[in-house]
Design a protein around this ligand. Sequence first.
Ligand SMILES: Cc1cc2nc3c(=O)[nH]c(=O)nc-3n(C[C@H](O)[C@H](O)[C@H](O)COP(=O)(O)OP(=O)(O)OC[C@H]3O[C@@H](n4cnc5c(N)ncnc54)[C@H](O)[C@@H]3O)c2cc1C
Length: 615
Amino acid sequence: MKLVNPANRRKHKVIIVGAGLAGASAAATLGQQGYHVQCFSYHDSPRRAHSIAAQGGINAAKNYRYDGDSIQRLFYDTVKGGDFRSREANVYRLAQISLNIIDQCAAQGVPFAREYGGLLDTRSFGGVQVQRTFYARGQTGQQLLLGAYQALEEQIAAGNVVMHTRTEMLDVALVNGRARGIITRNLLTGAIESHAADVVVLATGGYSNVFFLSTNAMASNCTAIWRAHRRGALFANPCFTQIHPTCIPQSSDHQSKLTLMSESLRNDGRVWVPKDKNDKRGPNQIPENERDYYLERRYPSFGNLVPRDVASRASKEVCDEGRGVGPNGRGVYLDFGDAIRRMGVEQVREKYGNLFDIYEQITGEDAYKVPMRIYPAPHYTMGGLWVDYQLMSTLPGLFVGGEANFSDHGANRLGASALMQGLADGYFILSATIPNYLATTALERVDASHPAFSQTKADVVQRLESLLKIKGKRTPDSFHRELGTLMWNNCGMSRSEKSLREALSRIPALRDEFWHDLCLVGTGEELNQSLEKANRISDFLELAELMCVDALDRKESCGCHFRVESQTPDGEAKRDDEHFSFASAWEWKGTGQAPVLQKEPLAFEQVHLTQRSYK
Ligand SMILES: Cc1cc2nc3c(=O)[nH]c(=O)nc-3n(C[C@H](O)[C@H](O)[C@H](O)COP(=O)(O)OP(=O)(O)OC[C@H]3O[C@@H](n4cnc5c(N)ncnc54)[C@H](O)[C@@H]3O)c2cc1C
């Protein structure tokens, strides 16, 4: 990597959109290096980024347990967990950096759980046979975010970072094909503004809310990456979306949000359903020999800790057989009875207390006494903007970090690896690759008066005005809910050619209806949350189509992408390495126009491609 002389760094402006774990850590680190950083977030504080919701933990190959962990093993587990659809070199780098992340965060004062002797404690997550997950009770994301936020605040106080809260990026401005700035809307006043820089970083999170109901924060959306896609950044593997097996089941059609119960609970909780589908007794009345611990039965080596895609599909299958529990039969038990008998209720409370509290507040049930009920829900998106090894998109000067890029997780992310990846990107990778870009690129002086900005700004204003002008009858939420249901049913936990073709015929009609019958109140020159929402939904309505196109094109099953036509005799995902060993990177050609596929072949030199098995 080429370096930039310290005296020259302050001459460079870097825009970072997003102040979650990836964005805040990148902004703090680049600020500390001496760059002039402008950081943007639509939240009122970086502390409210969706990263705060992360519960379970963060992986690192420290091998503090002496249980056989190593960089090589974390690397291998991640490539295998992603069903051999990630880029080997990136994953190896991630495994290496995982060690530094824990040191960095511990030095910041992140209160990781410790063992009695004072050493950092770890626990297990799915898809691995070591204990490499560092955690802070069930609030790991919050504690890590506070660490990154403190580092960011230090740089704000030092004058190296300017923080723009309640400001939403609505487009990227390109000058001579390079990303040189962004157009934003001030969410309090409605003012549309231009900001110029030498480099733009998007760290804007994932797009699970395309499904309407998901475990993501209500405001999480795809607008930043989608608008960059429309300007030429390729979008990779959009159909790789993760359905998390342990969420609180949906209770009614009026619900607007789903809640995760951390995967860490599967360390001690056992998943089961009644053996007999007609068994309507309460869980505590069903004797041991009449319960089907189906994960332990089907996957004896990994048991309850199989990866998420495998656990989610298994839950769906038992519910489809009619053995699901709870009011609508869409639920399975996660039972702590054995753990309580083994460790005592106090130790269970110590490890998972806040998760049990969340569960009780939402369901009214005490999971120390009655097993939790859980069901899979949309949770994480492995797809995102395509990036090279330097984390730069196909738009020169536009870098992408955290969940917003197509990341290192292939077709399925292992638990506790998103925080690892977001912080690897922010603290360690972007802070090396951005200086390298600046040192090796001749950049002309550009400010926000450049004509490229006025043109892009006009496009943004025009789109907002078009939304406000429709004056139809349907609320933004009603469109979002309909789109989400359509996506869940047709491009959710399993997909078939038939379901995808159906979705592809219905999405354009729904989008058309949206642009003719949307009802918005208020104006653009004020705080207007329905305008914000509608604008984001307009992007989901385009992204959803690309997800289905991608899912239809990838005829194999891999990881979370389960094409019903491609399964092994025992119902597992069946890859087709001969024809699909590539990352799909899609090029935008216009609304309703067929996108163009570019393939990045995946070459595996270090790992041997195998049929994934957790039996
Ligand atoms: C309930 C839950 C629990 C989880 N638990 C774990 C866990 O235990 N371990 C793990 O590894 N992973 C976990 N994950 C996943 C992990 O939390 C996320 O992948 C990760 O935090 C994403 O971080 P990020 O920085 O990429 O994005 P985010 O935290 O989503 O931050 C996005 C930032 O971008 C800003 N932004 C977005 N769009 C715009 C725009 N257009 N203009 C301006 N600002 C914008 C937002 O304001 C925000 O600051 C969990 C996820 C969920 C939903």
